[in-house]
Ligand binder design. Structure first.
Ligand SMILES: C[S@@+](CC[C@H](N)C(=O)[O-])C[C@H]1O[C@@H](n2cnc3c(N)ncnc32)[C@H](O)[C@@H]1O
Length: 359
């Protein structure tokens, strides 16, 4: 049986300990120390030479991401989600790698930076396509596969198989759940209009199956072959989703130009930056905190662990700290990491200030 329940989390949050862990170095050397992530926010290479080490084209991205994706997949719990930022073509290149490693596509968020992003960047006489003003962030969930004596089964097939093993007619599932026909139609169907049963329904199915099913097949609806799944265990295997009213999968907002954007380091932060001025950005890829907060809020609860393997200025982790989550972030470049640390520290101080003033 696959181990579906192990969550590595040795960290006990306390008021005096910072709710973030910044690793200055390669994320590959930090993963084994980090607790199990509830979500991973990846904003790494785009294949556009956006930072030192970012490949020059999208073809180089699979090799760049492979060792990270392998580690994420090993560390993930069935309810772990992944947010993957990139360009459209960068993501298209990496998507098969993610699928190969057990990440299932959920949806794409498009950041529409608007027409203002075009101004000055495009020569309308030489361009032979529409100007690009977007970046995307793609949500993945872990594929939930159950190991059975007949081989691994996707969760939908496994639920149906468990019921069929009992020898009970499918219609008895409705009686088990106390509904007219929804259980058979929604939870035990073979077709695409399948619904993930909520924990309380799964528990009812399991109880009924174990009380009325063929005794020779016992236990039914068990992941370890011994104990029968409870509502709580079942619900913990599915990623959380906190609905945010009014948001769609297209987010309109210009690139960061306001006071949130860090400037003035005068450093050549990427191979494609040639001359710097005091107005140059400290990092080419700094993401709006507003967006990172939306991602964190959607799939985590306060106290949950958020991984940000490619920190830059640690925008996802700053968002996580602000929202009371625990951030684990790596940044390989010591100068970016120093700026990230200042931001994380400031976010934590703001949280503590708000807690003492009660705001
Ligand atoms: C696209 S930027 C992230 C920007 C970030 N989202 C922000 O808002 O500031 C990617 C960052 O990952 C860092 N990086 C690249 N490879 C890394 C690795 N193996 N481990 C840790 N950091 C890495 C780069 O130095 C760069 O700062």
């Amino acid at each position: 049986m696959e181990d579906h329940g192990t969550v590595r989390d040795d960290h006990t949050p306390s008021a005096s300990q910072p709710p973030f862990d910044l690793h200055v170095g390669d994320a590959l050397t930090a993963y084994s120390r980090w607790p199990t992530p509830v979500t991973i926010i990846s904003d790494g290479a785009y294949g556009v030479r956006g930072f030192h080490g970012d490949p020059a084209g999208p073809e180089g991205l699979v090799d760049w991401y492979r060792p990270h994706v392998e580690r994420w997949s090993r560390a993930a719990h069935p309810a772990t989600t992944l947010w993957f930022w990139n360009t459209e073509v960068g993501w298209a290149n990496v998507h098969p790698l993610l699928v190969e490693h057990g990440w299932d596509y959920v949806q794409t968020i498009t950041w529409d930076k608007g027409i203002a992003h075009v101004a000055g960047n495009v020569n309308s006489r030489s361009i032979r396509r529409f100007p690009v003003v977007s970046e995307i962030c793609v949500l993945y969930q872990r594929r939930f596969v159950v190991e059975t004596p007949d081989g691994p089964l996707p969760v939908q097939e496994w639920l149906r198989r468990e019921w069929l093993r009992t020898g009970l007619p499918l219609s008895k599932a409705n009686e088990a759940c106390g509904v007219r026909n929804a259980a058979t139609r929604k939870y035990l169907t073979r077709d695409w209009v399948w619904y993930w049963p909520p924990g309380r329904m799964l528990e009812r199915l399991a109880k009924y199956a174990n009380e009325h099913g063929e005794p020779t097949g016992w236990p039914y609806f068990s992941l370890d072959g011994k104990s029968i799944l409870t509502a709580k265990q079942w619900d913990s295997l599915r990623y959380r989703w906190n609905h945010q009213h009014g948001l769609t999968n297209v987010w309109r907002r210009g690139p960061l130009h306001d006071e949130e954007r860090l400037k003035g380091t005068r450093r050549r932060v990427a191979p494609r930056v040639h001359r710097t001025t005091p107005a140059s950005s400290a990092h080419l890829n700094q993401k709006p905190l507003e967006f990172m907060e939306r991602l964190v809020r959607a799939v985590t609860e306060p106290g949950d662990v958020v991984w940000e393997p490619f920190g830059g200025l640690a925008s996802a982790s700053v968002a996580a700290v602000t929202l009371g989550r625990r951030a684990y972030v790596a940044e390989i470049d010591a100068e970016f990491a120093a700026l990230a640390r200042e931001r994380l520290q400031a976010a934590w101080e703001a949280v503590r200030r708000d807690a003492t003033t009660g705001t």
